[in-house]
Design a protein around this ligand. Structure first.
Ligand code: AHR
Length: 604
């Protein structure tokens, strides 16, 4: 029996509870959510060769440091057009991030900087074409001269174009044999979410919206810290026109980031989903174990203050004015700032201590922004953080058996954010077994949301062609994306809950985990039950003090025949939730919960 105390809610479910964590891992941003389709558009990914670019026709290509676009993009792509004639084009190609997506009637915005040796008359042709040379979309630009100039055009596929990622982008000339071209910041964008310039991929944003996040913890994670000081997320290098951003080696995860998805784009991402950015600021620790000496920390503390001002300051402030100049006059609403990431790894102990890294950031942020809540990445004694971030990557069995972990946690200390967690089983995305572990864990966090005020699964996204972390919530390739069973477990719980957590005790129910919430306005009750076992479980639900209970409600069920069942790019909907009406509800009723299932009952 599951006995629910519907008359006396235990506590509120904080509006901050459901969140999302992100960083550039598994090409989440670069080659993922950030909709740019050209890989290494800025020619900065290697200092020795033009990686991701290839010669087309009778041409040769090389990196050129002698003809830089500007002081940020210090290398351009030099294209020597050996033979460029009407019957024999010459140029360069880029195959994007494991293909360029083609679909019927798709438009693309092409833009690039170009210059040429004297006498080159052009024009240049840009196209998206298949492996067999079939041209899906094509355009042309004129006017390339001896000085750098930006060119922009729109190209479109026909309504009969296939849906495929077996395509590449080609920029070529059919005149100018013997001439030289220089190219930089060569960009190809599909339509973006909300049609935002330099924006985000629509299918992924739609999926993330389904998680109904109240916050996005950004920009990391290890990505924030970098392996070394030089490769941290140095936010001042990630703002302004994209062709003035130098980019950096994402050595936490092993690939180049153009920083096209920079600080402003991260902030706007959260805003466009109605979520708050939860800003993680660099706090002096790097993944290689080094840290900025506490006596030298001043400039980094100032950098964090500047960053918060960039995000939240009025346009009368220095950095607020810069944000406005970058196209976003309205300040962002930021309630929480996290100081660093996983600083328990810092064996030197420089994070805590009276003049430690946390204390220095805490004091400065508290003074300048007294209403912002400050999150420590590990328990500290030097100051009292508002929130401490805890991370759990465990097996599904561990998650199922630890759903009560926070039941006995002291309520007198700082609040807790479980800012990264996942049941790990399945690569690149979790299977149903992991999803049920996740659901169990989430029921425990939600039941304890008086102390665990925020949660975020990690990692969020994985390009299936480049996976650096085993178990990730949403998988995608150049063309399509899918939610894992864990994605559906998360979105079910985020979409079906009230604003009050009810006490619910159960007896004699083997291995189930539950959370019951109530909507204080409608009186509706949501009963989430996870059955991770292989046997269906009948449960008598006692709602005696809930008032009048309608005979008909609804249920959303995530289940499948085998716990290892999963979703993939080619089978994206193998394990998905199904919603249906339920009858026979009342003050008490018996309901059987299927083997290997998460069920959310909505009781009216
Ligand atoms: O989520 C992947 C990584 O796990 C994060 O970057 C880091 O914070 C944690 O160790």
């Amino acid at each position: 029996t599951l006995s629910v105390d519907a008359a006396n809610p235990a506590h509120a479910l904080p509006s901050t509870f459901f969140g999302v964590m992100t960083e550039d891992i598994n090409h989440s941003g670069e080659g993922g959510l950030y909709a740019e389709l050209i890989q290494n558009r800025s020619m900065m990914a290697s200092s020795t060769s033009p990686v991701d670019w290839s010669a087309v026709g009778d041409s040769t290509i090389a990196l050129d440091t002698g003809n830089p676009l500007n002081s940020a993009l210090t290398q351009s792509l030099k294209v020597s057009l050996t033979t460029a004639t009407r019957d024999s084009r010459a140029g360069v190609a880029n195959s994007g991030f494991w293909g360029i997506p083609v679909a019927p009637g798709r438009s693309y915005t092409v833009s690039f900087f170009a210059k040429a040796s004297a006498g080159f008359k052009g024009p240049l042709t840009v196209d998206v074409e298949g492996a067999d040379g079939t041209v899906y979309a094509k355009g042309r630009v004129n006017g390339v001269g001896t000085g750098w100039k930006q060119f922009t055009t729109t190209i479109r596929t026909g309504d009969d174009a296939p849906s495929t990622a077996a395509a590449r982008f080609v920029l070529s000339a059919q005149t100018g044999s013997g001439a030289t071209l220089w190219l930089d910041n060569v960009s190809l964008f599909p339509p973006t979410y909300g049609n935002v310039k330099n924006g985000l991929r629509t299918d992924l944003m739609t999926k993330i919206a389904g998680l109904e996040p109240s916050f996005i913890r950004e920009p990391g994670g290890n990505y924030l810290e970098g392996n070394t000081l030089a490769t941290r997320f140095d936010w001042k290098n990630t703002i302004g026109p994209v062709w003035t951003r130098p980019g950096h080696q994402d050595d936490a995860w092993g690939y180049w980031s153009t920083d096209g998805m920079g600080l402003l784009e991260y902030l706007e991402w959260a805003e466009s989903l109605g979520a708050q950015p939860l800003l993680a600021v660099y706090a002096g620790y790097n993944l290689n174990g080094s840290h900025v000496d506490v006596s030298q920390l001043g400039p980094y503390v100032q950098d964090a203050l500047d960053e918060i001002q960039y995000a939240t300051g009025s346009t009368k402030t220095v950095w607020g004015a810069k944000r406005a100049a970058d196209g976003h006059p309205k300040p962002f609403d930021i309630g929480y700032v996290e100081v660093g990431n996983e600083d328990w790894f810092d064996g030197s102990g420089s994070y805590d201590g009276d003049n430690g890294r946390f204390a220095q950031f805490y004091d400065a942020i508290r003074k300048a922004y007294p209403s912002i809540k400050i999150i420590a990445t590990t328990p500290v004694k030097s100051r009292t953080p508002d929130v401490v971030d805890e991370h759990y990557y465990e097996t599904p069995a561990w998650m199922n058996s630890h759903a009560n972990l926070y039941d006995s946690t002291s309520r007198s200390g700082p609040k807790i954010m479980v800012g990264e967690w996942a049941s790990q089983e399945g690569k690149p995305t979790p299977d149903l077994n992991a999803a049920l572990g996740d659901a169990s864990w989430l029921t425990g966090l939600e039941r304890n949301s008086d102390i665990v005020t925020q949660e975020a699964y990690a990692p969020l996204l994985a390009n299936v062609n480049s996976v650096q972390w085993n178990t990730n919530l949403i998988g995608f390739d150049a063309l399509t994306s899918y939610g894992s069973p864990s994605y559906y477990a998360q979105s079910m719980l985020a979409q079906h809950h009230g604003d009050q957590v009810l006490s619910a005790t159960y007896a004699g129910i083997g291995g189930l985990n539950t959370v019951v919430t109530k909507d204080s306005t409608t009186g509706r009750i949501y009963i989430a039950v996870v059955n991770p076992g292989g046997t269906a479980q009948p449960v008598t639900v006692d709602l005696a003090d809930a008032g009048t209970v309608a005979e008909t409600g609804s249920q959303t069920v995530l289940s499948s025949a085998h716990p290892t069942d999963t979703n993939t790019i080619s089978d994206p909907a193998h394990v998905v939730p199904v919603t249906s009406p339920v009858h026979g509800l009342g003050a008490t009723f018996t309901k059987t919960f299927a083997a290997y299932s998460l069920t959310i009952l909505t009781v009216n």
